[in-house]
Design a protein around this ligand. Structure first.
Ligand SMILES: CCCCCCCCCCCCC/C=C/C(=O)SCCNC(=O)CCNC(=O)[C@H](O)C(C)(C)COP(=O)(O)OP(=O)(O)OC[C@H]1O[C@@H](n2cnc3c(N)ncnc32)[C@H](O)[C@@H]1OP(=O)(O)O
Length: 303
């Protein structure tokens, strides 16, 4: 009930949620894609819905982890599985990554996974996040983020890891790596991903100040590539996809790898140390206190 109290979604969505939870309990669910007629079927898990269109080779991947699509351990795991499945299907060349929750793309890392747990849990959680980033950042598929809501911190990382970003024009849809505002530090691979997108100086300023950009600023600094009216974000992402898919796959994929491999390798060569850093950083009393205070503030916002 407490979870439901936090939901700000219409009754229709609650019914849909109920159906998904039921189906998830039965294992992976599948349903026919609306009138596609091309044999493509939606598939997914409890928190990730994938709507593949075999005719175009593009799948829409929707995050659904109420209330704010925080990147819980379960969501991270389900995202990796869905990505892997699409990568293994030869018919698919592109993914549109978006949210199935109104007004939120992703609230970033799930603070409840980082607060009051034990070191083994922190290690497992961080490894899952590394896994998702390594896969998303290096996937041979074209990934376009259709950002239809707020996207702080880890939500911004998700978007930055895509090949192209379209943001819906709403001043509430802020995006950025705001870790310093929480008293924590963006890890080097978050920082590298942002540098590769907007350059060193802009990243230095954004990271130190924990800047969360509104759409016009996000476009200006280059955090996103396009800003479109709300309601047009998925259509605009699909249009952009046409341009990306017009390029021969082998040439585009080799170029993507050439641009991104060194950044990914930097994490791959020190993965274990990065996990240990995270665990020891998070195990400090001062960090736990800062996170608890921040979480409490978020919870009291409504009260
Ligand atoms: C010496 C140096 C060594 C360096 C070593 C490095 C080590 C590494 C250090 C660690 C680095 C970690 C990197 C962290 C990345 C992150 O992503 S941290 C998470 C950051 N996210 C945020 O700050 C976003 C917080 N949320 C919001 O701002 C808002 O919720 C929203 C997304 C803008 C949505 O607003 P609104 O629609 O008004 O919803 P709310 O009412 O605020 O929230 C609804 C409920 O959801 C809960 N919630 C919100 N965000 C989170 C979250 N990220 N995790 C878990 N839960 C969240 C919120 O508490 C509400 O809950 P209830 O009150 O219970 O309903």
């Amino acid at each position: 009930m407490a979870l439901l109290a936090g939901l700000r979604v219409p009754a229709r969505s609650l019914l849909r949620a109920g159906a998904r939870l039921r189906d998830a309990a039965l294992g992976r669910w599948e349903r026919a894609a609306g009138g596609g007629g091309d044999g493509a079927r939606s598939f997914g898990s409890q928190r990730v819905l994938v709507e593949p269109d075999a005719a175009t080779g593009v799948a829409v991947m929707k995050l659904w982890n109420p209330p704010v699509n925080s990147l819980s351990l379960d969501l991270l795991t389900e995202l990796v599985i869905s990505l892997e499945k699409l990568e293994n299907e030869k018919t698919f060349r592109g993914i549109i990554l978006t949210s199935d929750l109104p007004g939120i793309f992703s609230a970033g890392l799930d603070l409840t996974e980082m607060c009051g747990r034990n070191p083994a849990h922190y290690a497992e959680y961080w490894k899952a996040l590394q896994e998702l980033w390594l896969r998303l950042y290096q996937t041979h598929l074209v990934v376009i983020a259709a950002i239809n809501g707020a996207s702080p911190a880890g939500g911004c990382l998700l978007a930055l890891s895509c090949d192209y970003r379209v943001l819906a024009d709403n001043p509430k849809f802020i995006i950025g790596l705001n870790e310093t505002l929480l008293g924590i530090v963006a890890p080097f691979w978050f920082k590298d991903t942002m540098i590769n997108t907007i350059g060193h100086r802009a990243t230095e300023r954004a990271l130190q100040l924990g800047l969360l950009f509104r759409p016009a600023e996000a476009l200006q600094v280059g955090v996103v590539d396009q800003v479109v009216p709300e309601g047009q974000v998925q259509g605009a992402a699909l249009s952009a996809m046409t341009q990306w898919l017009a390029i021969p796959d082998h040439a585009r994929q080799l170029t993507k790898s050439m641009m991104r491999k060194a950044t990914a390798d930097r994490l791959l060569t020190q993965r274990e140390a990065d996990i240990q850093n995270f665990v020891s950083f998070l195990s400090r009393d001062s960090i736990q206190k800062a996170l608890q205070v921040y979480l409490e503030k978020l919870r009291q916002k409504k009260g």
